[in-house]
Ligand binder design. Structure first.
Ligand SMILES: O=P(O)(O)O[C@@H]1C[C@H](O)[C@@H](CO)O1
Length: 330
């Protein structure tokens, strides 16, 4: 395993120290300056920022990944089976935010999973950490720029569908972008056509071929029941009230979490083929008699409990995706 340490970063001219000659308040000078400007609605990563990030990574990785994997809460062990790893702590990657949530290690890991070139995010960014949605989902664009065509986004979620049990897996076949209803969208602001179009369809966001393939892989491995359903993301960090959960159930939500939706919108914008799944880590109490309370420890415990199964599933899935010649590319 190769770990990119601070010394390594300094060994060449650090790309995040380069400027483009503009005097735009130092926005391109380094990640720290960018952090100060987090709250400014006008600040976005430009294509050039993310190209710098991608260049930094590509100069240090001897292969190009085809599949990106985002590890949900407590699911970082998905990255453990990678071989020939090149590990980048987020705080050493130009322009990258930092992970602040327990169960999100904060590392971008390149490597081979069953011989397939992948890049894994061990730790994602959530809106409740204080990051705007465009910042939460910037790694998706970086992964696109380093070469991926397919994204597998995983998350921990509360189960609203009464048929689901704790520990079950739900393949996401659609989502409800609740934050988007109020105009909070990762694509808000000027559009750069180099990433994708101003307006994009979302009715086929979750690739049907990949869902079918995932179901087949799961069944072939005899891993038990698997579900398909609708996910929604709320802003968090609090878990939901009973009234909120009842409302979500009424509108057809099967699993509720605090991520993924903005990542998938960003992924579809730049034409990635997407598969997402939720690990159901807790029940959602839709009545006041239920005394159980959701908590992050339980979420991570269930992640740990199911880590081997999920790792087997994802390893076999990427292998099949590669064998089939990366299906689903439109
Ligand atoms: O990153 P994910 O969506 O897997 O994390 C879920 C949502 C919250 O961040 C956390 C709550 O326990 O788990």
């Amino acid at each position: 395993m190769m770990m990119i340490e601070q010394e390594d970063v300094g060994a060449t001219t650090p790309i995040h120290k380069l400027t483009n000659g503009n005097s735009n308040n130092g926005l391109l000078t380094n990640g720290h300056k960018a952090k100060k400007d987090d709250d400014k609605a006008t600040y976005k990563y430009t294509y050039e920022h993310l190209a710098e990030t991608a260049k930094y990574l590509l100069e240090r990785v001897p292969f190009r990944p085809k599949i990106g994997i985002i590890c949900g809460s407590g699911m970082g062990s998905l990255a453990e089976a990678l071989t020939d790893k090149v590990v980048f702590p987020y705080n050493q990657i130009p322009h990258f935010p930092e992970s602040t949530v327990e169960g999100h290690a904060g590392q971008l890991v390149f490597g081979y999973l069953m011989g397939v070139e992948v890049v894994c995010m061990k730790g994602r960014f959530h809106h409740y950490e204080g990051y705007p949605l465009w910042k939460c989902s910037m790694p998706v664009r970086v992964m696109k720029l380093v070469g991926i065509s397919h994204l597998i986004a995983t998350n921990a979620a509360g189960g609203l569908n009464p048929k689901y049990k704790v520990g079950d897996v739900m393949l996401v076949n659609d989502h409800i972008n609740l934050m988007g209803f109020s105009g909070n969208n990762p694509l808000h602001g000027p559009n750069d056509e180099r990433f994708g179009p101003r307006f994009l369809p979302m009715n086929r966001a979750y690739d049907k071929d990949l869902i079918e393939l995932a179901k087949k892989v799961w069944d072939d491995l005899k891993l038990g029941p698997i579900h398909e359903g609708v996910y929604t993301c709320l802003g968090g960090p609090n878990f939901e009230t009973v009234a909120e959960l009842k409302m979500l159930q009424m509108v057809g939500v099967d699993a509720v979490g605090m991520s993924t939706v903005h990542e998938v919108i960003t992924a579809r914008h730049c034409d990635l083929t997407v598969l997402a799944f939720s690990l159901i880590t807790n029940f959602c109490a839709t009545n006041y008699e239920n005394q159980s309370e959701a908590n992050h420890e339980e979420v991570m415990d269930v992640g740990k409990m199911r880590q081997d199964t999920l790792a087997t599933f994802v390893q076999n899935l990427v292998l099949r995706i590669k064998k089939l010649g990366y299906p689903g590319i439109k």
